[in-house]
Design a binder for this molecule. Structure first.
Ligand code: MF3
Ligand code: CO
Ligand code: CO
Length: 266
C-alpha cells in the first residue's frame, strides 16, 4: 500500500522507469516481424522471454506472477480474449485474427508495462475498427493527463471516444499505478466523470490500458483462473502505455518510434 506522497517518484526512480519503459516498448517492436499467420502464441512468448532475459538483462514480470502463478512471460490475447491470455503451442494465429501482446519488464527493480494490437492479414472492417478505436481511446485518456487533472478525466475522455462508436468498455480490469511494484494505487478506471477521483500530481506514474469490446462489456475468467474472455465471445481490443504526470502533460515511458504522440504536451 502506498500513500499519496509515495506515488510521486524521485528523480532516480524516474530515470529507472524511463529505462524499463523503453525496454518494454522495444520488446513489442522486436515482436512485430514475428506476429504473422501460422506462428503460435507460445513461439511469440519464447521470443519475448529470450529477448528480455538474454538481450535486455531484464526480468519478464508476468512469469510466476500472482496466484495461481501466471505460467508465461507475456500475455497473448486473441479475438474474444480480453486480457491475460496464456501463450500455448496449440494457438496458431490465422488470417483475420486480432491479437494483443502485453509485455511487462522489470529492470533495476522498476517496471515498464505496455501492449498493442496486431491484425493478422487485412482483417474484417470490424476488426480494424475495434483496434483503431481502442488505440484512440488510450490516446484520448493520455491527453487529459497533467498536474492537477483528475483520474475521472481519463475515464470520461475514453468514454467520449468509445461510446459514440457503440463499443463497450470493460469494467472489471483497469490501469494501475506502477513503479517498483507491478500494480499499486491508484486504480485507473477507463470510464468516469470529469473532475472526480484522485487529483494527479507531477511525478506520479501509472498505466492506461482500456479494453474495448464489440458487444457486452461483461467478461468471464476461464478455469485456468487467468484468461479473461468476453461473455458473448465477440471481439475485444486493448492498448496500454506506462506514463508519468508532468506539469503540463505527461511523459510516455513506453512510446514506440512508430507512434506520433505530438498531440501530447510534455
Ligand atoms: N500486464 C498486465 C497489466 O497490464 C498484467 C499481467 S499479469 C499476468 O496489468 F500475470 F497476467 F501477466
Ligand atoms: Co498494466
Ligand atoms: Co500490461
Amino acid at each position: 500500500m502506498k500513500n499519496t506522497n509515495d506515488l510521486i517518484l524521485a528523480p532516480d526512480a524516474i530515470e529507472k522507469m524511463r529505462i524499463a519503459g523503453k525496454l518494454a516498448s522495444d520488446v513489442l517492436v522486436m515482436l512485430d516481424a514475428h506476429v504473422k499467420e501460422g506462428v503460435t502464441t507460445e513461439a511469440l512468448n519464447q521470443l519475448a522471454h529470450d529477448y528480455i532475459v538474454n538481450e535486455q538483462g531484464a526480468i519478464p514480470a508476468p512469469l510466476n506472477y500472482g496466484q495461481p502463478p501466471f505460467p508465461k512471460s507475456v500475455c497473448t490475447s486473441v479475438n474474444h480474449v480480453v486480457c491475460h491470455g496464456i501463450p500455448t503451442d496449440n494457438k496458431v494465429l490465422k488470417d483475420g485474427d486480432i491479437i494483443n501482446i502485453d509485455v511487462t519488464v522489470i529492470k533495476d527493480g522498476y517496471y515498464g508495462d505496455t501492449s498493442k494490437m496486431w491484425i493478422i492479414g487485412e482483417g474484417s472492417i470490424m476488426a480494424q475498427r475495434i483496434c483503431d478505436i481502442a488505440q484512440k481511446a488510450l490516446y484520448a485518456g493520455m491527453s487529459t493527463v497533467k498536474n492537477g487533472s483528475y483520474l475521472g478525466d481519463i475515464g470520461a475522455a475514453i468514454q467520449d471516444v468509445v461510446e459514440p462508436e457503440r463499443f463497450s468498455i470493460v469494467r472489471e480490469f483497469c490501469g494501475h499505478g506502477i513503479s517498483n511494484t507491478f500494480h499499486h494505487e491508484p486504480q485507473v478506471m477507463h470510464y468516469g466523470k470529469k473532475g472526480t477521483g484522485m487529483q494527479l500530481k507531477t511525478g506520479m506514474t501509472f498505466t492506461i490500458e482500456p479494453m474495448i469490446n464489440q458487444g457486452t462489456w461483461k467478461t468471464k475468467v476461464l478455469p485456468d483462473q487467468w484468461t479473461a474472455i468476453t461473455k458473448d465471445r465477440k471481439l475485444s481490443a486493448q492498448w496500454e502505455h506506462t506514463l508519468m504526470v508532468t506539469d503540463h502533460g505527461c511523459e510516455v515511458f513506453t512510446k514506440r518510434d512508430e507512434e506520433d504522440l505530438s498531440f501530447l504536451i510534455a
